[in-house]
Design a binder for this molecule. Structure first.
Ligand SMILES: [Zn+2]
Length: 192
């Protein structure tokens, strides 16, 4: 899909949300370039190597900046997005491998919402974030990246973060290394 004059048509993500086609193309563009070379190289080298579900695989490994799980609850966990839209982009994921929210039990859904709120709280503290996009892409047509295992995205937003580089150049500058973000978020979540 080609996006033309995106900045003029859709100057911020809130407006993208009103236009699902643009939202999907903008959040998960195949050709987006990231000006963070170690991270980008990791993407290039590992993009097609993961076998099975990334969320189930992450659960099997010890929590660290490798598997990116920042907190494990009773029924769900918080994991950083390896290819974040903005710094602090996390996901709340049930332990159970299910594609839809209605297939989870009530306790799991309740904990997912509690963890989502806990994420916004600590992200406000760490990054002075005042705005968030929170949501789930369920099913292929909705743009789900991992459609077999439902998850809630929590994306911190700042005024001006959709700049000309991301909207016109499909390039986003991430100001912090992912490992540093992981350590900060993990410490904040553990502190409560
Ligand atoms: Zn899974």
């Amino acid at each position: 899909m080609e996006i033309v004059n995106e900045e003029i048509l859709l100057p911020n993500l809130n407006q993208f949300c009103l236009h699902p086609v643009y939202f999907s193309a903008t959040i998960y563009p195949i050709s987006m370039n990231h000006l963070w070379s170690p991270w980008r190289m990791e993407y290039i080298e590992n993009h097609n190597k993961t076998a099975g579900c990334i969320f189930c695989e992450a659960q099997k490994r010890a929590d660290s900046a490798e598997n990116l799980i920042a907190l494990r609850g009773e029924h769900a966990f918080v994991i950083l997005n390896r290819y974040p839209y903005t710094s602090g982009h996390v996901m709340v994921v049930p332990f159970e491998h299910r594609p839809n929210l209605e297939e989870l039990d009530s306790a799991t859904r309740a904990e997912m919402m509690e963890l989502t709120a806990r994420c916004t709280k600590i992200l406000r503290e760490i990054y002075r974030t005042e705005s968030f996009n929170i949501g789930a892409n369920i099913g292929e047509a909705a743009g789900a990246g991992v459609k077999e295992h439902v998850h809630i995205h929590v994306v911190p937003r700042w005024v001006g973060d959709t700049n000309f580089m991301s909207t016109l150049g499909s390039t986003r500058v991430l100001p912090e290394r992912l490992e540093d973000t992981y350590q900060r978020i993990r410490a904040a979540l553990e502190a409560g």
